[in-house]
Design a binder for this molecule. Structure first.
Ligand code: ZN
Length: 214
């Protein structure tokens, strides 16, 4: 009889449904076992939906992303945890092992580059007094140019090519001067040759450092 009434009488049907809903709601709030069961079922239902429904999955992911982002921005401990997790991930991730593998090579080249650029044109030739880079000069050794068997006159002549007043610990000579003097010739650009740079014209004085090099 009730079953018939339920199917034929809409008001009765709605009433039963409402009462049923209230009953379930009450049960949910008072009965822990029932509550846990409902929660588990609900979780399973959501999990199923997540795996079968792409739209739901995408929406869920987007919602979680926003939630995580909010938490990250507002909570310092969560921020620190995230950073730590990310660092761990980088440490354990294989795709980064490659960079580690070639790290030595990279550091080696970087150090070499730093070594090379550390020095500028700091080497002064004892003969022409040009300031040059290390690879353009060699250590000055007098005996290479003034030999024992030379006449005193030649010795003096060659000595005159060198400017000994430059009293630095280590003396350097440029390759051009060295080659010439070894042949007992005067290097064209040596100081003794009295070559001088002419006065810089007015128009060129205004150039900046970069322009001067062009
Ligand atoms: Zn020189």
């Amino acid at each position: 009889h009730i079953l018939n009434k339920y199917h034929t009488n809409k008001t009765f049907c709605d009433k039963v449904k409402t009462q049923s809903s209230i009953h379930i709601l009450n049960k949910y709030h008072t009965n822990k076992t029932f509550r846990d069961k409902v929660k588990t079922q609900s979780n399973i239902h959501i999990l199923n939906k997540y795996h079968t429904n792409k739209a739901f999955r995408d929406e869920y992911k987007e919602r979680m992303k926003i939630q995580v982002s909010k938490k990250y921005k507002s909570n310092k401990s969560i921020r620190l945890k995230t950073v730590e997790r990310t660092l761990n991930w980088y440490r354990n991730n294989n795709t980064h092992k490659c960079a580690v593998k070639y790290r030595n090579l990279y550091m080696c080249n970087l150090n070499r580059f730093r070594q090379i650029i550390r020095e500028g044109p700091d080497y002064v030739c004892i003969s022409c007094r040009l300031t040059l880079f290390r690879n353009q000069v060699m250590p000055f050794v007098e005996e290479k140019y003034i030999k024992q068997n030379m006449s005193n006159e030649t010795k003096k002549h060659i000595q005159s090519y060198f400017d000994y007043s430059w009293s630095t610990e280590q003396k350097w000579i440029c390759k051009l001067c060295s080659d010439k003097i070894k042949k007992r010739q005067m290097s064209s650009r040596t100081i003794v040759n009295k070559l001088k740079v002419s006065e810089v014209p007015f128009e060129l004085k205004k150039l900046n450092n970069l322009e001067k090099h062009l």
